[in-house]
Design a protein around this ligand. Structure first.
Ligand SMILES: Cc1cc2nc3c(=O)[nH]c(=O)nc-3n(C[C@H](O)[C@H](O)[C@H](O)COP(=O)(O)OP(=O)(O)OC[C@H]3O[C@@H](n4cnc5c(N)ncnc54)[C@H](O)[C@@H]3O)c2cc1C
Ligand code: FES
Length: 285
């Protein structure tokens, strides 16, 4: 994989490529899915990338922010990003529509070792917008179904209106050897799935750690308590993968802004096994 800091043509790795928004759709309350067609040099830069990697999207005149890439190149050249509206950059991105141009810097960071996961059962835990970087994992497994064992997806949000990728659930559920469990903290009148925190659902589903890998992405509090519970269920630190977020500036290991102990989330991560980070302490919350 060619890191952005090693661009073949010697171009400045802090300068984004240009991409055209070919589709913008509401994914959940305050969350939009941006589908981006890369232009010019960006086509080659993003011709290959891997589940777990991220990129910076820039809204011109405002700034840039990092987002997990929510697509896989095997399904086509269009990049997907799920963007939760929070502050200045994400609010500006939410004002854009089809045909608008954004900056895209990446692909950045490491990725899930999908080859090492082959032949194993996978338990995927996604909380809220944390589901975005897990969608490529799910797509990769579904597109190469015979390479992996059972796939158990635990998918959570505070409210049904905040669940991401709900239009894909039937497809996920109907794939062989695949189970999808949904839960929300606050149900509405139509909700007929689980109610409660994802950790309660995890306790109920109680997946076996035998020949299994867990992959968790969500808010820090969810990652912390899910990891503790997975440990209680018998998952060893090297079986427990998480993707972590940090405040970032450069994204290429130069500014030190994203440090997590001795690791830099932007280049050593965002994917880590619990063995790599030595477990999570309460200060992580
Ligand atoms: C590797 C990585 C992958 C990410 N993937 C996604 C994704 O797929 N979808 C998505 O919507 N968001 C994702 N994020 C978070 C996203 O980068 C922030 O929400 C974004 O930077 C906010 O920018 P802003 O200018 O709109 O907000 P700001 O104006 O900078 O801040 C608004 C609020 O957001 C908080 N905030 C800002 N940056 C971060 C951050 N990096 N992590 C946590 N809180 C932050 C601030 O503390 C503040 O409360 C990811 C972050 C990282 C590091
Ligand atoms: S964001 Fe600069 S070192 Fe990670």
């Amino acid at each position: 994989m060619l890191a952005i800091s090693e661009r073949k043509n010697g171009a400045n790795p802090m300068v984004p490529y240009l991409g055209k928004l070919v589709k913008v759709k509401d994914l959940a309350a305050e969350i939009k899915l941006f589908s981006v067609e890369m232009l010019d040099g960006g086509r080659e830069a993003f011709s290959q990338y891997y589940p777990g990697q991220f990129a910076f999207l820039s809204a011109f005149g405002v700034g840039e922010a990092p987002f997990g890439i929510a697509s896989t190149p095997e399904r086509g050249p269009i990049l997907d990003f799920a963007v939760n509206r929070l502050g200045s950059v994400t609010s500006e991105l939410h004002l854009l529509g089809e045909g608008d141009i954004v900056g895209v810097r990446g692909p950045l960071g490491n990725c899930f070792p999908m080859d090492e996961f082959k032949g194993k059962d996978l338990i995927v835990l996604g909380g809220g917008i944390g589901g975005a970087p897990l969608r490529p994992v799910i797509h990769s497994v579904l597109d190469n179904r015979e390479d992996y064992g059972d796939l158990t997806i635990l998918w959570a949000a505070r409210h049904p209106s905040l669940l991401v990728f709900s239009d894909e659930y039937e497809q996920w559920r109907s794939a062989p050897g695949t189970r999808l469990h949904l839960t929300v903290d606050q149900p509405d009148d139509l909700w007929d799935h689980n109610v409660g925190l994802i950790t309660e659902l995890l306790e109920k589903v109680s997946p076996s750690p035998k020949n299994a890998i867990s992959i968790t992405c969500g808010p820090p509090v969810m990652i912390y308590y899910a990891s503790k519970l997975l440990e209680k269920l018998g998952f060893k630190a090297e079986q427990n993968y998480v993707t972590l977020e940090a405040r970032m500036h450069c994204g290429i290991g130069k500014c030190g802004r994203c440090n997590l102990g001795e690791k830099l989330v932007c280049v050593d991560g965002p994917v880590f096994s619990m063995a790599e980070v030595g477990g999570l302490r309460e200060s992580f919350l």
